[in-house]
Design a protein around this ligand. Structure first.
Ligand code: FE2
Length: 267
């Protein structure tokens, strides 16, 4: 049974009512909107697994679950106005989410400390790096959301990155589908153990490699184990073309994955 701390059903209902109108904007828009609603449910479920595996305070537990539920609130108004999920082509969806939640009063009944932690994690969830020097609780809540989000992005992206798959431009962020091409800068990131940047994505292969750089970036052992157990990384890497550079990158990512299976990682 859920403790009162971890019972966020009122908020789950709020989120359902908030997203429902976005499903009514025409048949061609149902897919992308539903994708983000389902993504949210998976991220919340991943966050629960992480929270259950750690010894967080009740305050941090509740804030982490609410932040997971609300992390992509901005995706809905972003898609309504710009019909894309590409932030560089539109707006920073994390900031838009924070503003939307504040204006709608979604967290008004929560203690001020919970509200602060949730909004902080929502606006920081997509940063390339979380700023150093933020309080431990804020860092923990943000990292739960970031891990839970990344884990589900592997699930969402795997079918779209399969060889010969029908690629939805919105989902693959408009990158070019050129089977034999990749960007050396992304391979360099993989080999150096750095997280690759969305800003450097040009090709579908870059996206595959970028996801590979996330393996060592997951913070919590439970996240790393879930990713290793999913088989999704091997699946995504199997679609890369043959080349010496790519082979080296693949070996590096699979070695990170073997560490992840043991709950170890670089983050
Ligand atoms: Fe997001």
């Amino acid at each position: 049974m859920r403790t009162p701390t971890c019972d966020i059903t009122t908020h789950e209902r709020w989120f359902g009512a908030f997203t429902a109108p976005y499903l009514e904007e025409g048949p061609e828009h149902v897919g992308p909107v539903r994708l983000k609603i389902e993504h949210t449910h998976h991220v919340l479920s991943n966050a629960r697994s992480i929270v259950d595996s750690e010894d967080f305070s009740p305050l941090v537990q509740r804030a982490a679950l609410l932040a997971a539920l609300y992390h992509d609130t901005g995706r809905f108004p972003q898609y309504r106005r710009w019909r894309t999920f590409s932030d560089p082509r539109s707006v920073n969806h994390a900031l838009l989410g924070g503003r939307t939640l504040r204006e709608a009063g979604a967290l008004d009944d929560e203690p001020v400390e919970v509200r602060r932690l949730v909004l902080g994690a929502v606006v920081m969830h997509n940063r390339f790096r979380v700023p150093s020097g933020i309080p431990d609780d804020a860092r923990t809540v943000t990292d739960v959301v970031r891990d839970a989000d990344k884990l589900d992005i592997f699930r969402v992206m795997a079918p779209h990155l399969a060889p010969g798959a029908e690629r939805d431009k919105v989902v693959v962020l408009h990158v070019e589908d050129a089977p034999g091409k990749w960007s050396p800068v992304i391979v360099a990131d993989v080999l150096a153990g750095r997280v690759a940047s969305y800003a450097d994505l040009r090709y579908v292969n870059d996206f595959r490699l970028l996801l590979g750089t996330w393996v060592r970036d997951l913070r919590f052992p439970a996240s790393r184990r879930m990713l290793a157990a999913s088989g999704l990384v091997e699946n995504i890497l199997s679609a890369l073309p043959a080349s010496d550079d790519i082979a080296r990158a693949r070996t590096r990512i699979l070695s990170d994955l073997a560490d992840a299976a043991r709950g170890r990682g670089g983050a």
